[in-house]
Design a protein around this ligand. Structure first.
Ligand SMILES: [Zn+2]
Length: 123
């Protein structure tokens, strides 16, 4: 499906606001960077592949052989599924990654579309 720009911006605002509690400075920074990167990617490529709670993401990095890398991310985990089948390094290390940030934004997007999530008012 194709994401609507205005709605995407709202979904990002919700993600920024929904910071998990007790997040240290370093993690807060990483999370912010992940959200920014995910936002950038979703703007550049607003076609998403989301099915059954899983989002398929084309990585901006390539393998040593120059192959495209695909990640599959869900509420529970983030995984490189093509080529191979490995957990995402950042996820494995317990850090926010932009794949998961993209997933969070897309979920917010659907909640906003369904009228389930209150919109964030400008402070
Ligand atoms: Zn990841």
């Amino acid at each position: 499906m194709l994401l609507n720009q205005t709605q995407l911006e709202k979904a990002v605002a919700v993600a920024r606001k929904n910071k998990p509690p007790h997040l240290g400075t370093n993690m807060t920074k990483r999370r912010r960077n992940a959200i920014n990167k995910a936002f950038r990617h979703l703007v550049e490529n607003p076609f998403i592949n989301y099915e059954n709670g899983k989002l398929l993401i084309l990585s901006d990095s390539r393998t040593e052989k120059g192959e495209a890398k695909f990640y599959e991310t869900s509420r529970d985990e983030c995984r490189l599924i093509e080529p191979g089948n490995f957990l995402c390094h950042a996820f494995w290390d317990g850090f926010p990654c932009w794949h998961r940030a993209a997933f969070e934004i897309v979920e917010n997007y659907f909640e906003i579309a369904a009228g389930l999530s209150p919109e964030v008012c400008p402070a």
